[in-house]
Ligand binder design. Structure first.
Ligand SMILES: Cc1cc2nc3c(=O)[nH]c(=O)nc-3n(C[C@H](O)[C@H](O)[C@H](O)COP(=O)(O)O)c2cc1C
Length: 435
């Protein structure tokens, strides 16, 4: 049987594509969580491993020194906190994994560890944590800092944060709840221990004031791209998500992560590397190419503005200051998403800023065609990169697009034996590591 691959969906708790002719009613429906409930149900029917909610806590002003572009395009704001959403989604589904993002630069580790453990209970062992170090000073200013610590130091802090969380989740023995009717003990205090952590960045006494969730430790998801970030991901993550349009670089990334994981004493097969993808599907090849041109041709001023503002926010570089038709600037520096910026500069050397936008808007490799040819292209990407699966990003973010993937593309891949045909296990992590 051909190798199966994993399926994940990348989204945020923000408005979907409400301006689309297919966006009807979703412009405010998303605020109640109802839109995301129906979306996650569609994905569970298709056999997705998980839905991942990215997060940030800012109203960005990097573009032109004003919040206008961020709010106009609802990029980073409005954005609701995904943590309370996950248990709500779990109530309406049975198997799919649910990942929320939590920043090691902003949360205290005790609160994060407790919230994740609580959600693991509430979801019946289906929760995951996308560990990020954050990248914007304007967000740091919401937490009593003038600016973020330097990029590499954020990962040192994140590793200590991770170690503290793991110690907290392990601070209750699995059999600590005894419910002994004879002696009247609910929990046995000899099976619950403080962690007494005093480190460089965190001091936490412990124990956690609750038992860890059914999974013990939630699924850990990560997206480190820099040298430090790759080490952090390879050391800690069960799932790694990658935004990279070029096949050789996708392969290089996965090979590198696997060898780093081995160096950390892990089985590389326990680290699933998933690649960003927004396939454009048409009824014919020509129809798909027309749709692609419409979506990513960057002929629309609003689309251009949107991509520039998005890139500005995560790098905190004002992209409105550059001439769209001049060569892509090569001397940019950021304390934000470093690997995003260095990759952008390298890929776009010799192109203009305008020519770089289409690729930036798509994030992943360009996959365009009918259901059958998109399935062929996805199989070819997996063959070439050896990857473990895909992280879909809706383009545009409408129920119609989600249905094209979930009711059209995925059933075709399933017929080819490429995706799961059910969930064998109760817990998210076990399903993720099943193949
Ligand atoms: C698919 C994907 C999802 C990400 N989600 C978030 C997020 O929700 N919040 C955030 O602050 N950073 C997010 N990031 C940024 C990464 O955590 C990371 O900082 C980035 O990939 C750059 O890597 P580096 O930190 O090693 O330079 C994401 C990155 C990718 C590729």
């Amino acid at each position: 049987m051909s190798r199966r691959f994993h399926l994940a969906w990348f989204t945020s708790f923000t408005p979907p594509s409400w301006r689309s002719p297919w966006g009807g009613g979703t412009g405010d429906e998303w605020l109640t969580g109802d839109y995301h409930v129906s979306m996650v149900q569609q994905m569970e029917r298709a056999g997705f491993d998980f839905v991942m909610f990215e997060d940030s806590t800012m109203v960005a002003e990097a573009m032109g020194g004003s919040a206008e572009m961020d709010l106009k395009h609802s990029l980073h704001s409005p954005k609701l906190d995904p943590f309370p959403l996950l248990p709500m989604l779990a109530r309406e589904t049975r198997h799919i994994g649910l990942i929320a993002t939590g920043s090691t630069s902003f949360y205290p580790p005790f609160i994060l560890a407790r919230a994740m453990a609580t959600m693991d209970h509430l979801t019946g062992g289906r929760v995951g944590w996308n560990v990020v170090t954050s990248s914007e000073d304007i967000a740091a200013q919401n937490y009593g800092m003038d600016s973020l610590p330097p990029h590499d130091e954020r990962y040192d802090r994140a590793q200590e944060f991770m170690d503290v969380c793991k110690a907290l989740w392990d601070s209750w023995d699995p059999d600590a709840i005894v419910m002994d009717r004879q002696t009247g003990h609910y929990a046995d205090h000899t099976k619950v221990r403080p962690i007494n952590h005093v480190g460089k960045y965190h001091s936490v006494r412990g124990p956690l004031n609750m038992p860890s969730g059914p999974q013990g430790h939630p699924v850990i998801c990560q997206a480190g791209g820099s040298d430090k970030g790759r080490d952090f991901a390879a050391r800690n993550a069960n799932a790694i998500v990658v935004t990279q349009p070029l096949l050789p670089k996708m392969k290089e990334y996965r090979d590198d992560i696997r060898s780093r994981a081995e160096r950390f004493g892990r089985d590389p097969n326990d680290v699933k590397v998933l690649f960003h993808l927004s396939p454009v599907i048409g009824d014919s090849e020509q129809h798909a190419r027309d749709l692609h041109q419409n979506l990513f041709g960057m002929e629309d001023d609003l689309a251009i503005e949107r991509v520039l503002a998005m890139t500005a926010a995560v790098t905190e570089i004002d992209f409105s200051a550059f001439d769209l038709d001049a060569p892509f600037p090569q001397d940019l520096v950021t304390n934000g998403h470093q690997s995003v910026l260095s990759d952008l500069m390298e890929r776009n050397r010799g192109k203009t800023l305008r020519q770089s936008l289409s690729e930036r808007a798509q994030l992943g490799p360009q996959v365009v065609g009918t259901i059958g040819s998109v399935a062929d292209q996805m199989e070819a990407i997996m063959e070439h990169t050896g990857g473990d699966g895909f992280l879909f990003l809706a383009a545009p973010h409408t129920r119609r697009y989600i249905d094209e993937i979930c009711s059209g593309l995925i059933p075709e891949l399933r017929r080819r034996g490429r995706t799961r045909d059910g969930y064998r296990h109760k817990f998210f992590k076990d399903n993720l590591l099943d193949f």
